[in-house]
Design a binder for this molecule. Sequence first.
Ligand code: PA5
Ligand code: NI
Length: 187
Amino acid sequence: MLPQGVAIDSRTGIVSPSTTVYEKRLSEFRGVYSDTAALDALIASKGDLVTYTVSERKDPGTDIFFGTTVMQPGRVGEEYFMTRGHFHARRDRGEIYYTQSGEGLLLLQSRDGEIRTVEMKPGVCASIPPDWGHRSINTGTEPLVFVWCCNQDAGHDYAEIATRGMRQLVVQRGGMTAYVANPKYEA
Ligand code: PA5
Ligand code: NI
């Protein structure tokens, strides 16, 4: 492996060259968004939209793993488009999220259910401590583009958040962004 520059487009999030690119579509989020009827109605009217695209750059011969996530603007019912959310499989691995364009919220949750948020806006680099679950949410009207970087061995543990979600939902109510308790989490 030799030193090199990897171009990242701040508007599209395209990483050149990347090693893997994947997309997540609405239909993969049944049971993730709280309003299932709104999800079905959105898919019926707009089709199975891509809500986010992840471009990864993983090189052999280093411990560093980086890439971008591009989250489209939109909502399922009141809830803004968001990532699945995960803890890292290795509990001693943190991560950074550097926002390049758009606006959103990084919702973080500790293992014992403490919630924190970090505003995502251009120029802000969020530091995610080890063992905090994290989900990014586009609260704006433009694509939210952020660069992430962690260790290659951090891994993704989706199970806990997939089972009961995060403690709070981030919604738009009366034109404002609001946090509401997630009934599924407390159940
Ligand atoms: O490692 C990360 O935190 C990111 O690369 C995320 O995997 C990415 O933003 C997609 O989110 P999720 O994996 O929760 O669907
Ligand atoms: Ni992560």
